[in-house]
Design a protein around this ligand. Structure first.
Ligand code: SF4
Length: 337
């Protein structure tokens, strides 16, 4: 049934360093994203969350290769495999179906070109069927959608504040009417009030346009504000998934617990509690057992020698990858280590 099909389905996605198949930056990642849903991908820097997004977009940097897994995007013609697409096929998917916002809002804009012209050119590049007037009309609509005065299309990037530039990046990401927007660290550089406004805007757009959103951030307070579900990554693997409400109220994986404890609540004291001691493992030298064992205060000999399977709660709404959980192992096969 097309209504029940996820917009995006990822199974066993694995990304390794070229020539070093054991060095997996993303290791058997599986998740679904429904239409209109916002999923947050959380974890410390280097956990593989951005690499996962880049693999989805076919934009892995030199030196990294997709070493396994499947990704399907639902379309009006049914689910379409992304993992078999050529570079050209992938370019057609980017912008028109999946687009990415936020990475370095300042650098993505040409400082000597009016912002409206930049967005119009992006539209015409990806939608050649639109003439200049139609593309200009679209620019006006996009400015209104991101709550910027359309007359400001004639201004240059430096004439916009940090928050307004984020709005421009969202406008650019929306330019070709995609089904899915991937946002990477959307608000890191912004002050608290501007951060709030950008998250509210994203939320409103998701409802108005029926967008799906994949939000990538190390900041759990950002995800709590914006997302329906969360997937926590550690050392290239998803270690816990569930609704934001449930995971925040009752985290089941020791890493999620530590991560939640290391973030102040939105509106709470701005002082950061101490970070989690230790550092994530080197992907080139993976742990034989649980990747979190060296930093986990509950690790025992089993944890240090055998990797935990992903386990699913009996009601099927949550998963976690930890030996301590009494839940049955998830049926998706584990890729061999
Ligand atoms: Fe900690 Fe063991 Fe669970 Fe890993 S499997 S998170 S080491 S308790």
């Amino acid at each position: 049934d097309p209504v029940d099909r996820p917009l995006l389905s990822v199974r066993g996605l694995t990304v390794a360093r070229r020539g070093l198949p054991a060095a997996r930056l993303v290791d058997g990642v599986s998740f679904d994203l429904r239409r209109g849903e916002a999923l947050g991908l959380a974890g410390e820097s280097g956990c593989g969350k951005t690499t996962t997004a880049l693999a989805l977009l076919g934009l892995l940097p030199d030196g990294l290769v997709r070493a396994g897994g499947e990704m399907h995007l639902d379309t009006e013609h049914g689910p379409r495999p992304l993992h078999t697409l050529s570079g050209r096929g992938m370019r057609a998917v980017r912008w028109r179906r999946i687009s990415m916002a936020f990475q370095g809002a300042m650098n993505a804009l040409d400082p000597v070109m009016r912002v409206g012209d930049q967005i119009r050119e992006a539209i015409r590049l990806h939608r050649p069927e639109l003439d200049r007037t139609a593309a200009d009309t679209r620019v006006g609509t996009l400015f209104e959608q991101v709550r910027l005065d359309p007359r400001r299309a004639r201004a240059y990037p430096h004439e916009f504040s940090g928050g307004q530039r984020q709005r421009l990046m969202i406008a650019l990401a929306l330019a070709c009417d995609p089904d899915l927007i991937i946002g990477d660290e959307p608000t890191t550089a912004l002050d608290v009030i501007t951060q709030r406004q950008i998250l509210d805007l994203l939320d409103e757009l998701r409802r108005e346009l029926g967008l799906s959103v994949l939000l990538i951030t190390h900041d759990l307070s950002v995800l709590a504000e914006t997302c329906d579900r969360i997937a926590v990554m550690y050392a290239g693997r998803i270690v816990e998934t569930g609704s934001v409400d449930e995971v925040y109220r009752d985290p089941r994986h020791p890493y999620t617990r530590r991560l939640l404890a290391s973030f102040p609540a939105v509106g709470g004291p701005r002082e950061l509690p101490p970070p989690i001691p230790g550092s994530p493992p080197d992907p080139a030298a993976p742990e034989p057992g649980c990747a979190f064992a060296p930093r986990c205060d509950r690790a025992d000999d089993v944890c240090r020698t055998s990797p935990p399977a992903a386990r699913t709660a009996p009601d099927g709404t949550r998963t976690a990858r930890c030996h301590l959980l009494p839940w049955p192992a998830t049926s998706t096969p584990e890729p061999a280590r």
